[in-house]
Design a protein around this ligand. Structure first.
Ligand SMILES: Nc1ncnc2c1ncn2[C@@H]1O[C@H](COP(=O)(O)OP(=O)(O)OP(=O)(O)O)[C@@H](O)[C@H]1O
Ligand SMILES: [Mg+2]
Length: 504
């Protein structure tokens, strides 16, 4: 159901007061005006600077309380849109709450429709059953195309159909205002429409929204050592995203996502980034914790906005790092935070269940045990990452040496592998860097010896938190999750935790 139908249905069903949430207040107001005209309603529009304005009339009530009271003086059969009223409900004045409550009854019986429009919804609990919140969606590709044509017309330029289509695709997820700015910037900067400029502007704006973080695909799968099984899974899904239409015609569901769980520093986040390069899809990181808000109903709104943004930008990888922090224990009573976690958790489950857009959720976690089983069930697979095996450590040493312009063949990798039993990828990297500091300080080239010192100086997590690592390993062993590596981490199981590699 589109926005227009939803608004009309609410009015018909006897909801005379609505709250439209949109970062595009003016576009939302414009759309409401069109609905009003179609429904033969007079359209009035309020802002704190102008008061109530209609095509012909004007009422100078700029005071927020007087403005609400003035609604009674506006003729029947009117739609009244109030912009930016959220400022006056934070915190809510008891007087305003009461006036709105009274207005709901008044409007219901007199054919007046009051609509608040703002980017955030500050709806006091007393008004939540009276006022319905409706989301105003981001523009679709048709609307974006009209805007692009408008920008081109204005400067008397033309662009190839293919480029225009790409530019519009790149602008998906932006508001019309933002898209228009991005198109205009491209015209100014490059004297033509360049989809990459729009993409870049979108990355900036997503950053600004603070809901999702945009990652440039800088890492490749070749930079991830080991984890062959996981890599195989990812490589096998590549085509689904490259040839989405073909996959659909094949009746293949779009992959929903995976959870990669395991020991810290073993390449979970790294793999998420590398997947973005492998599939050639944008990686958007969602810090779920930041979407929780102190306002009633606001967390749900933030979640809805993230899903909307994700859908508008699909195909994408939606990366949720440390998902356990957001949803651990959500299937419990939810008493801790008045049920917000429970509600947003429900939203997330519904999204995972119902979404058919190509959005791949790449979730990482350190503690899968704390994740509710109904969440885990929504994913295509769970992969567990243990400490790297001998073969994997060999690869990781080579990767990180090459990354620093050193030829692995010049090092005694077998010795390094032998001395780094129980070390994670992150710890191996750290050992190399520590060794490099020493070598640099001595004014010599890096040698195996320096790295061995680095290893000795880096206490591995297995020594610092042996129980935790043991627990994760046992869990992997029990095969509740697929091990991400082809070879079981035998070397790890038999590690002597008291083994002293360190120099004293
Ligand atoms: N398998 C690996 N291959 C190559 N490098 C690795 C590997 N594992 C870890 N690293 C190095 O360690 C860094 C940190 O790893 P990463 O952030 O992926 O760990 P993580 O598993 O996400 O840890 P955490 O659970 O703490 O978030 C990586 O950027 C990379 O440089
Ligand atoms: Mg991580």
């Amino acid at each position: 159901m589109n926005f227009e139908q939803r608004i009309e249905n609410y009015f018909k069903a006897g909801y005379p007061v609505l709250w439209v949430k949109s970062p595009e207040e003016n576009r939302a107001a414009h759309t409401l005006q069109q609905i009003a005209e179609q429904s033969k309603l007079h359209f009035w529009h309020w802002t704190v600077t102008e008061g109530w304005v209609n095509n012909q009339d004007k009422m100078n009530e700029t005071d927020p309380i007087a403005a609400l009271q003035a609604v009674r003086g506006i003729p029947e059969n009117s739609m009244l849109a109030m912009l930016g009223y959220h400022f006056y409900l934070d915190p809510p004045l008891p007087e305003i709450v009461q006036i709105v409550k009274d207005l709901v009854q008044f409007c219901k019986s007199t054919g007046r429709y009051l609509v608040f429009i703002s980017p955030v919804v500050n709806l006091p609990i007393e008004l939540q059953s009276e006022v319905t919140v409706v989301d105003f969606s981001l523009p679709d590709t048709d609307e974006l195309m009209v805007t692009l044509d408008g920008v081109l017309d204005a400067v008397g330029m033309k662009a190839a159909k293919k480029i225009k289509k790409q530019a519009v695709e790149s602008a998906r997820g932006l508001t019309l205002f933002e898209a228009e700015n991005a198109f205009a910037l491209s015209v100014v900067e490059a004297k033509k429409i360049v989809p990459a400029i729009i993409q870049r502007e979108k990355a900036n704006m997503i950053k600004k929204s603070e809901l999702l973080e945009y990652y440039e695909p800088n890492e490749t799968l070749a930079e991830v050592g080991g984890l062959d099984k996981l890599k195989e899974f990812l490589i096998r899904r590549k085509k689904c995203f490259e040839e989405i239409d073909k996959a659909r015609a094949y009746h293949l569901p779009t992959p929903k996502g995976i959870i990669v769980t395991g020991i810290p520093g073993t390449g979970k986040s790294l793999t998420a980034k590398a997947t973005s390069a492998l599939w050639n899809l944008p990686l958007l990181r969602w810090d779920v914790g930041r979407s929780f808000s102190r306002y009633v109903g606001e967390s749900e709104q933030q979640f809805a906005r993230v899903f909307e943004l994700a859908r508008a930008m699909a195909p994408i990888i939606l990366w949720i790092d440390e998902i356990e922090k957001a949803f651990a224990g959500a299937s419990g009573s939810g008493e801790l935070d008045s049920g917000v976690t429970k509600k947003t958790f429900g939203q997330f489950l519904t999204f995972m269940e119902e979404n058919t857009d190509p959005i791949f959720v790449f979730a990482t976690s350190n503690d899968i045990d704390s994740l509710p089983p109904e969440l885990v069930r929504r994913f295509d697979a769970v992969y567990s990452v243990g400490l790297p095996t001998d073969k994997e450590r060999k690869e990781i040493f080579a990767i990180h040496l090459r990354k620093r312009e050193r030829d692995p063949a010049k090092f005694n990798i077998d010795t390094l592998v032998e001395h780094s039993i129980g070390y994670s990828g992150a710890e191996i990297e750290k050992s190399i860097i520590t060794g490099m500091y020493e070598a640099f300080d001595q004014g010599t080239e890096l040698t195996t010896e320096h790295i061995l010192h680095g290893i000795a100086d880096t206490p591995p997590i297995i020594k610092v938190m042996p129980e935790k690592v043991q627990r994760i390993n046992e869990w992997v062993e029990k095969k509740r999750a697929k091990p991400a590596s082809a070879i079981k981490p035998k070397t790890v199981r038999h590690i002597r935790v008291d083994n002293t590699l360190g120099r004293s």
